[in-house]
Ligand binder design. Structure first.
Ligand SMILES: Nc1ncnc2c1ncn2[C@@H]1O[C@H](COP(=O)(O)OP(=O)(O)OP(=O)(O)O)[C@@H](O)[C@H]1O
Length: 310
């Protein structure tokens, strides 16, 4: 990643009620990148995100935005960070547009800039249809998107999202992931989750927290680089059909139309996709096999001994 670092955590720790719940985190996130913070319940995700969002000070270490210490310059958080907490701070009696107008003032947006900012945000979060609807009448999926809208209204450099897809139905979760993916193209985004598909679907990198410590940091596409892909095809195939492709070294069926395929070390995903299409397999789905990530996550979640962050 060559983009300049937007967020950096430098030996960040936090104690709560006499106990260290986040310990010595070192992490950078750049513009154009979505980082997924993955961890089981109680791993320290929310505490970490609150420090990143500038609403909780570290007990030790520094959180920096564009090189400036958030603790020393707290107004940076209001202007340059967008934060969606686990429970979105909505006002049921306001309409979506009224609520966003209120948030625009909180973010310190100039009065003249507010209408355009609201229009842009409603479009980005696909909320145009519920613009004049009271939030009390919105489904959870829409409410969560309004929560996201208040976080991005002032076009912050850094967007911090605490379990944004939690509790959403699959359609709404997909919609939200698409929006987050899009935001990641021109912002730095950090989201927490304990849902592995969230990470595979919209994160460039994953950081796994366990017992307050960073146990693993890696690119999500590293799973592909390691050669494990999950493929959905439109017809019934045999193992030999896959082995006939020059870049495939192993294949195992998941079900009638899905396969876990191991590519050789030099294979590119592009070349593999091209070969699948050329053979007329009816390519319907191709993604990093989350098994490797799942195994890493489960191994970390099951371990108690601290390990070195990668
Ligand atoms: N205000 C608090 N006072 C004391 N302990 C706290 C406080 N908030 C959180 N903790 C403890 O800190 C640890 C980390 O909590 P945190 O909420 O950051 O984890 P999490 O990974 O976000 O969990 P979840 O997925 O359940 O939201 C937990 O053991 C929790 O009990």
């Amino acid at each position: 990643m060559n983009a300049p670092v937007t967020l950096s955590l430098d030996h960040v720790s936090r104690r709560l009620a006499g106990r260290t719940v986040v310990h010595d985190l070192n992490l950078n996130v750049a513009r154009g990148e979505v980082l997924g913070l993955l961890g089981v319940n109680g791993a320290g995700k929310t505490t970490t995100l609150r420090m990143i969002a500038g609403v909780l000070a570290p007990s030790a270490g520094a959180v920096r935005l564009g090189g400036a210490d958030l603790y020393e310059q707290p107004e940076l958080a209001r202007r340059r960070i967008g934060y969606l907490p686990e429970t979105p701070p909505l006002h049921a009696e306001l309409t979506t547009a009224e609520f966003l107008r209120f948030c625009a003032r909180l973010h310190g947006l100039a009065r003249g800039a507010v209408p355009a900012a609201i229009d842009r945000t409603l479009e980005r979060c696909a909320l145009g249809d519920v613009r004049h609807r009271p939030m009390a009448a919105l489904s959870k999926g829409f409410r969560q998107r309004v929560g996201l809208a208040q976080a991005i209204l002032h076009d912050p450099e850094l967007i911090v999202l605490d379990e944004p897809a939690s509790g959403l139905d699959p359609v709404q979760a997909l919609k939200l992931r698409e929006i987050v993916r899009g935001l990641g193209e021109d912002h730095a985004v950090v989201l927490s989750t304990h849902v592995l598909p969230d990470v595979s679907a919209c994160c460039d990198r994953v950081a796994i927290l366990h017992q307050g410590e960073l146990r693993h940091v890696g690119a999500t596409h590293a799973q592909v680089d390691q050669g494990a892909v999950r493929v959905g095809v439109g017809k019934a195939l045999q193992v030999d059909d896959w082995l006939a492709l020059p870049m495939v070294i192993a294949a195992a069926p998941i079900d009638a139309t899905h396969w876990r395929v191991q590519l050789n070390a030099n294979a590119t995903v592009d070349a593999f996709a091209g070969a699948v299409v050329a053979r007329g397999f009816g390519l319907q789905e191709l993604r990093a096999d989350s098994l490797a990530l799942e195994q890493t996550f489960l191994a970390i979640a099951a371990s108690d001994a601290p390990a070195q962050a990668a």
